[in-house]
Design a protein around this ligand. Sequence first.
Ligand code: SAM
Length: 252
Amino acid sequence: MHIDIISIFPELVRHWFSQGVIGRALQKKEDPPAALYYWNPREYSDDRHQRVDDRPFGGGPGMVMQYEPLARVAQAINASGDKPLHIYLSPQGSTFNHTLAAELARKPRLVLWCGRYEGIDQRFIEEYIDAEISIGDFVLSGGEIAAAIVIDTVLRLVPGVLGDEQSALEDSFQQKLLDHPHYTRPENTATIRAPEILLSGNHALIERWRLKQALGRTFLHRPDIFCQLDLSDAQQNLLNEFLTEQQFGEPS
Ligand code: SAM
């Protein structure tokens, strides 16, 4: 996958992906599964101070990112191959979630536009933007954090990015369920012992326990997701077992 990031602060995003599992995937010498490219609109500005913003028509506070430098970047990107999907990170866009991330992960190339100030001149949005994505009902100072969230989430779903593909498949939301709880050594902390089943080595029982926890957590914490599930009889029984254990404790 090829992702272009357009920002007047590209280092913010570049730094984020210099480490960790995504950083390692991007730095693979042979066949990296994804590549990030950075474009700074200042380099496409006619202004001798490389400004890309100006006062809003009609007055009011703040500045607006100008059409022209952004349009030059968009034209350069569109001229360099098949037209990619241009996404403006904006609090006014569709709310980002797993389903949208999975859809984006199937695209060969994404272009992520990071706004600053009061945002981008509307004429640029109308002419070049295919979709607007928000990461939530709040306002950030710039689109870079939002772009980093979209990139991280999408790349986890691109084959070859995670060391173990199975781990993304088991994450929350993949099966319309929250993930089960996780434990590691030591077996005992000062106050709590890890669940006995996880220490038993019985993989069938461990899988059953994990599904039960995932069903129970989704039921308790995310009724909005839970109500979309069509449970089999076996899953309903597992959930009932979970709820009984919540009330009376797990059998020892
Ligand atoms: N005046 C704009 C509004 O109220 O809709 C907000 C502009 S905000 C200060 C500057 C930039 O941050 C936006 O152009 C956008 O790129 C980014 N941004 C802010 N909140 C965001 C959100 N919830 N999701 C995605 N991007 C966001």
